[in-house]
Ligand binder design. Structure first.
Ligand code: GUN
Length: 295
């Protein structure tokens, strides 16, 4: 048996068409173009790629997108000042500060300075708190994209055992909260594992849905997966590849070639979770603009 390869790019494209239509409606009915401001500090090559992809996606579906670049040594005060400006800018409905930030910047202070109503990344403690309590608010884009992908692939979530490897604030923690919610889109039994988990493979082998969000290339091997499980790979890792013109290639946190032989469905890297994450950012920006009219 070989797994169904979940085509994240195709699902994302379909959702983007829906978002583009709703964006057009908002423009014609209310004269509002949803606007996203991205703040990028320094020259981290991966961040540069992510930010470029986010901007291209915005432009393609008709959202306004602004990039605010700062040098690696920019002061925290300067960043706080820019965020305060964006908080008060009526053209801007969503604000995203690309992570990671340089070590001299206090990430929490920056994230907490974003108005929760414009926090389209869902990283502000108010939005994280709402998610924990099951209240409406902005949900981080990768968890939201993973749930949407499962729903659109008709993969059951309710009552299933979801094992998440990775406990980050961006993916692991919010995904656990989202999928355990008392809701027909949730109701999963969730286990969160991490680098200090004992007998990791014993736990991952119990997963109906296994989510790899560790940040280590090809960490999830075939022996860690129950035959028939659904495997979601959040990892984006560069590994050396002498045959590639760039000298490297991208791989996930899952040993794809081996695991696809026993899983029932699996997401590829690239072309799996990544396009869904960006799509949910577009979705959250449209929501932010819509909610601002209604308030
Ligand atoms: N860095 C890696 N992933 C993300 C993300 O989803 N949002 C932001 N702002 N930074 C990131």
């Amino acid at each position: 048996m070989s797994a169904k390869i979940i085509d994240g790019k195709k699902i994302a494209e379909q959702i983007r068409q829906e978002i583009a239509q709703q964006t057009e409606q908002l423009k014609t009915s209310r004269g509002i173009t949803p606007g996203l401001a991205v703040v990028l500090v320094g020259n981290n090559p991966a961040s540069e790629v992510y930010v470029r992809n986010k901007q291209k996606a915005c432009e393609k579906i008709g959202l306004l997108s602004e990039l605010h670049r700062f040098p690696e040594d920019a002061s925290q005060d300067l960043l706080l000042k820019k965020i305060s400006e964006l908080n008060h800018d009526d053209k801007i409905h969503g604000i995203l500060v690309q992570l990671p930030l340089p070590p001299h910047i206090n990430e929490q202070s920056i994230l907490q300075s974003i108005r929760p109503e414009k926090d389209v990344d869902g990283f502000h403690p108010v939005n994280m708190g709402k998610l924990a309590q099951g209240e409406p608010g902005f949900v981080p884009c990768t968890p939201l994209g993973i749930r949407e992908m499962l729903l659109r692939e008709n993969i059951p979530i309710q009552g299933q055992h979801v094992v998440i490897v990775g406990r980050s604030n961006i993916v692991g923690k919010p995904l656990a909260l989202l999928l355990m919610q008392k809701s027909e889109k949730g109701n999963a039994t969730v286990t969160v594992c991490h680098s200090r988990t004992k007998n990791l493979a014993d736990i991952t082998r119990q997963a109906d849905i296994l989510v790899a969000a560790i940040g280590r290339a090809q960490f999830i091997t075939r022996d860690m997966v129950r035959p028939g499980a659904v495997v979601i790979d959040v990892g984006v890792n560069r590994i050396e590849d002498a045959y590639s013109p760039k000298g490297y290639r991208l791989v996930g946190d899952v040993d794809f070639d081996a695991v696809k032989e026993i899983a029932s469905a699996i997401t590829p890297v690239p072309g799996g979770v990544g396009p869904m994450t960006i799509t949910m950012l577009l979705n959250n920006t449209l929501q932010a603009a819509t909610q601002m009219i209604n308030n």
